[in-house]
Design a protein around this ligand. Structure first.
Ligand code: GDD
Ligand code: MG
Length: 348
């Protein structure tokens, strides 16, 4: 079994965060996001991994290298222009020799990949799609399956009245290389709009795998990106171990950092400051009496004295002026500078 991670999208819904940082490597609890997916693959014994890139590929390669630091062997493909999800897989054809686990490069999950692989093999499936239940299925690919797992319907982002079920495509597939023959080379082609409907029309062995009680989230929009942090901090995602040491940071004895929060190396937290249920990236500077609550702050940002940041995401190298308020739903791009007393925020 080998793996391919689709990581070529532009991450538009996560802007401004993805202007300088491509979505696959946005920090999640201070680690480049794709490392969580590499952990999942490695734990299931899948170590031959291809990253299918298109947008800002060099920034991704630069961070992940040949994968040896993470116990996997990474190869890269870079499409000259985005070829769509199935087009990205087809573009990697030369590297694909065996059944392949395909991940959308923006999902966090703790499902048991090995059992999905076993089920795929036992059924002799050509393609298996992993399902997740969600509250708003029409925002995703809606999948219906019958008893025994055979997929009967795949509808990508159907109109609201046409959802039917609450089970969606979790963005994880197991594909037999045979499906490569159904994908045209060198042109845009989508798993969701093209390949899966074609497999159904041809009556191919297309199955759904339904994990039990698994965590699942797509980080591709700010509210969900923030929610994943809170879920990881609260221990709701199995298998994620956080490094909560605060050894290398300068934290005043009269600062308050709750036990959920994560503080990277090189941070400074001054007296009277509070950090609650939040993540501070490397080298973040929090001045006297500033409060950071339910938020994510990327590296090298300064939060001025008495400023309040709550339910917000603050990019890299920002400057939040003193007594400024950054409220619920605010997403500040890298290098944002807010003058003292600024008030900002909306509802997530
Ligand atoms: N290589 C490559 N080339 N990758 C791409 C391309 C491309 O042209 N377009 C998108 N991707 C990657 C993205 O980087 C992302 O990791 C993944 O494919 C899915 O694209 P999204 O843009 O995030 O899709 P979505 O979230 O709207 O919907 C998809 O994911 C849902 C689950 O999160 C679909 O697969 C839905 O069916 C699914 O329910
Ligand atoms: Mg997505």
């Amino acid at each position: 079994m080998q793996a391919l991670i689709l990581a070529g999208g532009k991450g538009t819904r996560l802007r401004p965060l993805t202007v300088y940082t491509p979505k696959p490597v946005v920090p999640v609890c201070n680690r480049p996001f794709l490392l969580y997916q590499l952990d999942t693959l490695r734990r299931a014994g899948v170590t031959d991994v291809t990253l299918s890139l298109s947008y800002q590929p060099h920034k991704i390669e630069q961070q992940l290298g040949d994968g040896s630091d993470y116990g996997v062997r990474l190869s890269y493909t870079v499409e000259p222009q985005p070829l769509g999800t199935a087009g990205g897989y087809k573009f990697a054809e030369d590297l694909i020799r065996e059944p392949t686990v395909v991940f959308n490069g923006d999902i966090v999950t703790d499902f048991d990949l090995q059992s999905a692989i076993r089920e795929h093999d036992a059924r002799g499936a050509v393609a298996t799609v992993v399902l997740a239940p969600v509250e708003n299925p029409c925002d995703y690919g809606v999948v219906e399956a019958v008893e025994g797992g055979r997929v009967t319907r795949f509808a990508e982002k159907p109109v609201a009245h046409d959802c039917g079920v609450n089970t969606i495509n979790a963005g994880t597939y197991i594909l037999d290389p045979k499906v490569l023959d159904f994908i045209p080379a060198g042109e845009g082609y989508s798993f969701e709009y093209d390949l899966f409907p074609a497999l159904l029309a041809r009556g191919e062995k297309f199955y759904a795998h339904v994990p039990e009680g698994a965590y699942w989230m797509d980080i591709g929009a700010p509210a969900r990106y923030l929610r994943v942090h809170h879920d990881i901090l609260a221990g709701r995602v199995r298998g994620v171990k956080l490094d909560r040491r605060r050894g290398d940071s300068d934290i005043a004895t009269r600062a308050e950092i709750d036990r959920l929060s994560l503080v990277a190396d090189g941070c400074t937290v001054k007296p009277g400051a509070q950090v609650v249920n939040s993540v501070l990236g490397e080298g973040v500077h929090v001045e006297e009496k500033a409060q950071i609550v339910n938020s994510v702050v990327w590296p090298h940002t300064r939060v001025g004295a008495g400023a309040q940041v709550s339910d917000a995401v603050v990019g890299r190298g920002c400057h939040i002026g003193r007594s400024a308020k950054v409220g619920a739903g605010a997403v500040l791009g890298d290098k944002t500078s807010l003058t003292d007393y600024t008030q900002t925020g909306g509802a997530l």
